[in-house]
Design a protein around this ligand. Structure first.
Ligand SMILES: [Zn+2]
Length: 595
């Protein structure tokens, strides 16, 4: 990294001049009085409101959301960039409390709106409310599962020290253990984060040692994790019954605005085509000079691959070019993110790990937090996050803020598409076959993980609920059996598993999060949906550009099914998912031709 790269930090002045500026206090008291006046105007009154009144109510709430959004965004971005600075911490704490307080104060809105939609469903189709129609349809789908205000409050209160505590226990366990790993022949005692960071190490023995150490230690306390997961799943079954969900997955289907049949078709397609992924893993074994891959090799880099290193300036140039080659106008958001200093690039002490993109509705833009280290994966991260910024750019120009509640299954459309545009560019510009191989294997590793491995995790979660239904006791051995069975349906004979890997499920934080069941299939959906879009783009060329822009601009004003139709795709067709799998297959063929 050059010294110039280190200066690429974001400029939050467009939100507020500085962390101690009096305008923040002023904005906070304005937000509070807007919430007070909204409550005065509407509490207890939504049930008897007409369509014009409801429209005014939505607009008033949206005005409030946009303004409050600026304060919340400024506080959370400042905190993510500088978590150790006392005045930043103080502001973040203050704004978090304000958010919770305003949330509580305005909670009546969604309950009363639910009741209104239930008693007067004809309001949904009222032309006055046309742009909120789909939002109201989503409310209508949630209503039958809503409990009374008191019951909802009791659930929140019992979860806080009940089911939510399991998540804390799981992460505390991970963060208080020491792992003995042999790194390049030397024994080391490491934290979970450090040991985990060695899983893709270039040295095979180091990878094996890290795997054995992490999962061996987790497995020793397997019964503790089994107690946690068993309780979480049983709690969910109880709550689901009380909420009258027809299955443990229904809540997730509702929030993703999709249908069970669509998800089952998707999982079926992944099941039928698992052979593609196995074929890739066998090819990777050949490239690694191994008779068969061990599980420690799945995410390993290819031996002897060229050290692809990028300065931030080079990464920027590549990403801008990748987007511009698709379409000059489409690249506008990406270019603006750089020119308006909306990206915070260098890793530093006190800054949050990883990367994210936070939309800024009022600014019709976004902010990206990055931790750029110069690796090829970092260039992909940049292309990904700037895809989110592109989606924010289009949505904020076409939709009011209530229509920006985009479900996960389509929220990754522009980001994954951006990664594919980058792949295209990198393959075209690679200087050697070795470079091409490195790019392709990275792409296939990532896609294999997101699409195929995550499918196994959906099956695992489904198996847990089937077990409970059949009165099977979920102890460590039973849960681990469900895990390995689901895993083997995807991997077949393509991987030799270390025996410690039966405990792999114990380290996935999602399974231990309260009320977050079936978080997984949206990843598979998103990946395969965007691969299908990409296939469409290759077929249609430039004619595809406006369709993609329209799909991105729709936000949550229509369902994911309708978004598919905008680009000419029917996700309800059982054969639909084959299109995305074709793209995956082509990457494998390309890699095969280089070997
Ligand atoms: Zn993303």
């Amino acid at each position: 990294m050059t010294s110039k790269d280190e200066e690429v930090t974001w400029d939050l002045k467009a939100l507020f001049p500085s962390i101690n500026d009096p305008s923040i206090e002023k904005a906070i008291s304005e937000a509070k009085s807007s919430a007070d006046s909204f409550e005065r105007n509407y509490r207890g009154k939504i049930g008897s409101i007409n369509a014009d009144g409801l429209l005014r109510c939505f607009r008033e709430l949206e005005d409030f959301d946009v303004k409050a959004g600026d304060i919340e965004l400024f506080a959370s971005l400042s905190f993510s960039a500088n978590m150790t600075q006392p005045d930043v911490q103080a502001l973040y704490d203050k704004v978090s409390k304000l958010e919770a307080q305003l949330g509580k104060q305005l909670a009546f809105f969604s309950l009363e709106l639910g009741a209104l939609v239930k008693t007067k469903p004809e309001m949904i189709a009222d032309p006055v409310l046309a742009s909120y129609r789909h939002m109201l349809e989503r409310v209508q789908r949630r209503v039958p599962h809503q409990l009374s205000e008191v019951e909802e409050q009791v659930i929140i209160e019992k979860d806080q020290f009940g089911v939510q505590a399991w998540e804390e226990l799981q992460s505390k366990w991970l963060n208080t253990r020491t792992f003995e790993v042999t790194v390049l022949g030397k024994k080391k005692s490491l934290s979970y984060g450090e040991a985990n960071g060695l899983l893709p190490h270039p040295d095979r023995a180091t990878r094996e040692s890290a795997n054995r150490s992490i999962y061996g230690l987790l497995g020793k306390d397997g019964e503790i994790f089994a107690s946690a997961l068993r309780s979480i799943c049983n709690d969910w079954v109880t709550v689901s019954k009380r909420r009258k969900y027809s299955s443990p997955m229904e809540s997730s289907l509702i929030s993703n605005d999709t249908q069970e049949a669509i998800v089952e078709n998707l999982l079926g397609a992944m099941n039928q085509n698992a052979g593609l992924y196995r074929h890739y893993l066998k090819l990777k074994a050949k490239l690694m000079n191994l008779p068969v891959l061990g599980n420690q090799d799945i995410a390993a880099p290819l031996p002897g691959s060229p050290p692809l290193k990028f300065t931030f300036t080079e990464a920027q140039a590549n990403v801008v070019l990748a987007y511009t080659r698709f379409d000059t106008q489409y690249a506008t958001a990406v270019k603006e993110m750089f020119s308006k200093r909306r990206i915070d690039v260098p890793p530093r002490f006190g800054k949050r790990n990883g990367a994210f993109c936070a939309s800024w509705y009022r600014g019709k833009s976004a902010f990206v937090l990055d931790n750029f280290n110069g690796a090829l994966t970092d260039v992909y991260t940049l292309a990904h996050e700037l895809g989110h910024a592109t989606q924010d750019y289009y949505v904020s120009r076409s939709q009011t803020i209530m229509n920006t509640a985009i479900p996960s299954i389509v929220a990754e459309t522009a980001s994954i598409f951006g990664e594919l545009l980058l792949t295209d560019l990198l393959l075209d510009e690679a200087k050697s076959d070795e470079e091409r191989k490195a790019v392709l294997s990275l792409v296939l590793d990532e896609a294999g993980m997101t699409a195929f491995q995550v499918t196994a995790r959906v099956w695992f979660e489904q198996a847990l609920y089937r077990s409970i239904e059949q009165d099977e006791f979920l102890d460590y051995a039973t849960i681990s059996r469900h895990w390995t069975e689901a895993r083997d349906r995807i991997f077949g004979d393509s991987i030799m598993w270390l025996p410690e890997m039966e405990a792999e499920w114990t380290m996935k934080p999602h399974y231990f999060m309260a009320n977050y069941r079936f978080y997984n299939y949206p990843y598979v959906y998103a990946q395969m949906f965007v691969y299908s879009l990409y296939e469409r783009y290759l077929e249609e060329g430039k004619a595809f550009v406006p369709k993609l822009v329209n799909a991105l601009s729709a936000g949550s004003s229509v369902s994911p099914l309708e978004i598919g139709k905008i680009v000419g795709l029917n996700v309800a067709d059982p054969n639909f998912w084959k299109g995305g799998l074709k793209v995956f297959e082509r990457f494998i063929i390309d890699l095969e031709m280089l070997t």
